[in-house]
Design a protein around this ligand. Sequence first.
Ligand SMILES: [Zn+2]
Length: 415
Amino acid sequence: MISKEHIIKRFTSYVTIDTQSDPNSDTTPSTKKQWDLANKLAEELKAIGMQDVTIDDNAYIMATLPSNVSHNVPTIGFISHFDTSPDFTGANVKPQIIKNYHGGDIVLNKEENIILSPDYFEDLKQYIGQTLITTDGTTLLGADDKAGICEIISAMEYLINHPEIKHGKIRVGFTPDEEIGRGAHKFDVEKFAADWAYTMDGSQIGELEYENFNAASAVVTIKGKIVHPGYAKGKMINSMYIATEFINSLPRIETPEHTEEYQGFFHLHTINGDVEQTKLQYIIRDHDKGHFEARKEVMQKLTNELNSQYEREVITTEIKDQYFNMREKIEPVMHIVDIAEEAMKQLNIEPLIKAIRGGTDGSQLSYMGLPCPNIFAGGHNFHGRYEYVPVESMIKATEVICKIAELTALKEKTT
Ligand SMILES: [Zn+2]
């Protein structure tokens, strides 16, 4: 099977290239340095023997592994992103290899006393005896989602070297800027031309996800009236007090810190204000479409109610949909989840099927016509210095990709 050394070498060659994305940039990719890895990946895909390798003006990479069977098999795709989160630096990543993990504290950085401890990160305990890749405590690792890229390329390489494994046509797609919510934006679904795909962008081994939040953003702008405070009686309107009333009128327990699983929320993430004007920025999240719509209505109603107490309109609320729960698009083609689940079971991996409390590129792609559940890539503690990935999980993810390809080839394409 695939060797640990091979995976470590490949993964290290990716994470040592800085590909941090930037939400304040309008270009695609959002940062020039993403090209450094993108160009390398395109070359590597050619080198392992992939066909139709393309890299477009926005750094989206696509490649094909042709079918090796004569019957008609659905075309499937595997997708990952090569950018890393703007939340934490990805420059000068120095991966550390912890062989045969003993189950105790891992000193990431002696000078700065940065420790990765199972007392805090309990998930570590399931990897005793395995090989972990960690940071040196000063950067993120970038297993999100370079682990996914490493797994997809390793799986393609394995299938190319083992023609006895029968599979249909496989498409591979690598995208920039997922971490700033734009990974799917310029993804050419028509060109990709797969019947369905999987993002390899989940966390711990076994994760399989086809439900995510419905998401909207809301900007609430409150306009006050400034008057000299000594002469303000009956004249001043202090926008900050109205803002406080608005905030307190929304249910306090329907917030991220009080919710889990399928519970939705309103999340106030930014306040900027003075007497004259206060701006509140919210995100609204709910798995249930009906509840999601109701949440948006609650905000609008509250806006109208508060406005009715003043002579002029003091509050405007602008709500924008961001993405939707992919469940709606996946349920009609549930066999694509079943194949992934079956692949894991055949590899003795316990499938962990749960709803994502966030979004994925796959949810956007699903609404663009490419049904796209999400599979584990193996890493933990994304977007920070405690990020790590067990090499064994990356090998398992690679095997899952090969097994999905194999199981799909057992299906004759019907449509
Ligand atoms: Zn990711």
